[in-house]
Ligand binder design. Structure first.
Ligand code: DON
Length: 569
């Protein structure tokens, strides 16, 4: 009784202090001093596309609405990977915790054959799966956006596509990186699109030049007005089938009309107290990410520290084993029974890690894909979005190579993917990312090629924690793996985790790829003496992530390796 006034006074004091503190650190729109936001956030590969997403959120759109706006805006402003001629994956988590994934990966056309890239002696015909009309899978992006919007969208479809139409028809200012990327590919554009000037300028492009894409604008208008029919039927379909032919049709109207994206149950696992919600096959990304996290979970990474020799050693040994499994067991689940449960079985993972030695690197030649008891038989782009209610979307989308096949659909103004190279054209022969595969990922008509894309969402204590993903071919999985550990084990902020230097091992070739200055020279020295081989390379990945802090703010991480941009409100 006597104490009550004191308690009240204390509480009142705390409340006043809290209110003063909050108003000091919080701007009018809910941004605090450290660039964190309350109401929504978009992190993606190009500033104008991030703006299109933010505008959709501010108009009351949800994360899926913003994703549609970002996707089409990236198809205009980030032609290296943003696309309508490619495909991708979406991982979704609603504010109330419902999870879902959408597979809008490209499919092999009906004319595809298992040996279509082999000559009469059974050797791979160089570049046929990369820079020819045979390189493209049936695009999935437009159907994917349309399907996602139909299920979850709130704002009008046309209003979400319009910003992309405007960017294409009125033009937008190019960043230095975009101008340079296009200039570097000028000869390929000219060679593969004779007589057509798409993305080609009389002189080299420079920063600040305005890029107008009139034909792409017209195609986007059709998509805006007719939805998926604006792409898969009518004029756009005619232009695609005319382009993707070789005297005889390679991709037909039926291929286009029959394309449908697929809702797939999210792949869910745990790392310590975090729930990891990620993409199931036909991406290998989710399975591999969960295998990697489980492989290192029991080691004291936190006390060893970020990129210390023991930390790197255990991560590399896990990566070696997981990529070996990927080569044999992962493929399109509609065509091949992927043993997901066996690959994620705790006892199997413990057994896989049991034979590595602290004294010396395990040579990759001594590692084969595992066996289980009872087994039943430089470009992509990622965007992360959260809205006011707390719905989250994690999307990775691709044309495969930078600018895909470099072949435009003439008259429609967009680039075709070269995703067919993600199939295993010949068992054991590496694709453009050095990845090998076999039967699970062989070419079949209508089949989806295996992917490494790993759009992922993490929950902590039943609440949204992180939205993350990246481009980077084979390095996608290890980049997402490292970014998650950077936050949950090494206490980095979202931006710190994204900016941190990366390393990568993929079983074959047997080497650890290193970004410049990724590891201290002493760490490299110690591990080299144990037999690890290191190979320097340029940037690995472009991770874009959002973290929900314990104080309820969204904090973004936009990769400084690209033009990636974070915007919130
Ligand atoms: O789906 C895949 O795994 C590849 N097509 C991704 C390609 C990619 O990330 C290229 N980016 N740098």
């Amino acid at each position: 009784m006597l104490n009550k006034p004191v308690v009240y006074k204390k509480l009142l004091g705390t409340a006043i202090l809290a209110a003063v503190f909050t108003s000091c650190v919080t701007g009018q729109l809910g941004q605090n001093v450290s660039g964190q936001y309350r109401q929504g956030m978009v992190v993606c590969a190009y500033p104008d596309a991030a703006q299109a997403g933010l505008d959709a959120l501010k108009k009351g759109g949800n994360a899926v609405d913003a994703a549609v706006a970002v996707h089409f805006a990236l198809a205009v402003t980030h032609p290296q990977a943003g696309n309508i001629g490619g495909g991708g994956f979406m991982v979704y988590r609603s504010a109330s915790g419902e999870t879902n994934t959408l597979d809008f990966r490209e499919k092999a056309p009906a004319s595809a054959r298992v040996d279509m890239y082999l000559d009469s002696s059974g050797n791979i015909k160089p570049d046929m799966s990369l820079y020819t009309h045979y390189a493209s899978g049936v695009p999935g992006s437009v159907d994917g956006m349309y399907t996602a919007h139909k299920k979850y969208g709130k704002l009008k479809w046309a209003d979400l596509v319009q910003p992309a139409v405007t960017l294409a028809e009125n033009g937008f200012k190019m960043t230095k990186r975009l101008a340079n990327d296009i200039n570097r590919n000028r000869q390929e554009f000219i060679k593969l699109n004779p007589g057509k000037g798409y993305l080609v300028n009389a002189q080299d492009w420079k920063e600040g030049d305005v890029l107008v894409q009139a034909d792409l604008g017209k195609t986007l208008e059709l998509i805006r007005d007719k939805g998926r029919d604006g792409f898969y039927t009518g004029q756009t379909a005619d232009l695609i089938t005319a382009e993707v032919s070789d005297g005889k049709p390679i991709m037909t109207r039926e291929d286009l009309r029959n394309y449908h994206s697929v809702w797939r149950k999210a792949l869910v696992g745990n790392y310590k107290s975090y729930k990891v919600i990620t993409m199931p096959p036909p991406s290998s990304g989710g399975v591999a990410l969960l295998q990697l996290l489980k492989s290192v979970e029991k080691y004291p990474l936190h006390s060893w520290g970020f990129n210390k020799d023991s930390t790197v050693q255990v991560m590399v040994e896990a990566e070696r084993r997981v990529y070996a499994d990927r080569s044999k067991y992962l493929g399109d689940p509609d065509f091949f029974k992927v043993p997901v449960d066996s690959l994620l079985n705790a006892a199997y993972i413990t057994k896989r890690m049991a034979n590595f030695s602290w004294a010396a690197a395990t040579p990759s030649t001594s590692i084969q894909p595992g066996t289980f008891v009872g087994y039943e038989s430089d470009q992509t782009t990622h965007y992360s979005i959260v809205d006011r209610e707390g719905n989250a979307v994690s999307i990775t989308t691709t044309l495969n190579d930078t600018f895909g096949s470099h072949i435009f659909v003439k008259g429609a103004g967009f680039l075709l993917n070269n995703e067919m190279d993600d199939f295993s054209s010949k068992p054991g022969v590496p694709n453009m990312y050095g990845l090998v595969g076999g039967k699970a990922n062989s070419i079949q008509p209508g089949k989806r090629m295996l992917s490494s894309m790993t759009p992922t969402i993490l929950e902590k204590d039943g609440k949204l924690f992180m939205v993350v993903g990246t481009p980077g071919g084979a390095t996608i999985i290890t980049s997402v793996f490292q970014t998650i550990l950077n936050v949950v084990e090494f206490d980095k902020s979202m931006q710190g985790a994204v900016s941190a230097k990366r390393f990568h091992h993929q079983w074959l070739p047997d080497q650890v790829d290193l970004e410049p200055e990724a590891l201290d020279s002493t760490v490299v020295e110690k591990l080299s003496r144990k037999g690890y081989k290191f190979s320097k390379r340029g940037a690995i990945g472009r991770v874009d992530g959002i973290l929900k802090t314990q104080w309820g703010y969204y904090e973004g991480g936009a990769d400084p390796r690209g033009d990636d941009t974070k915007l919130g409100f």
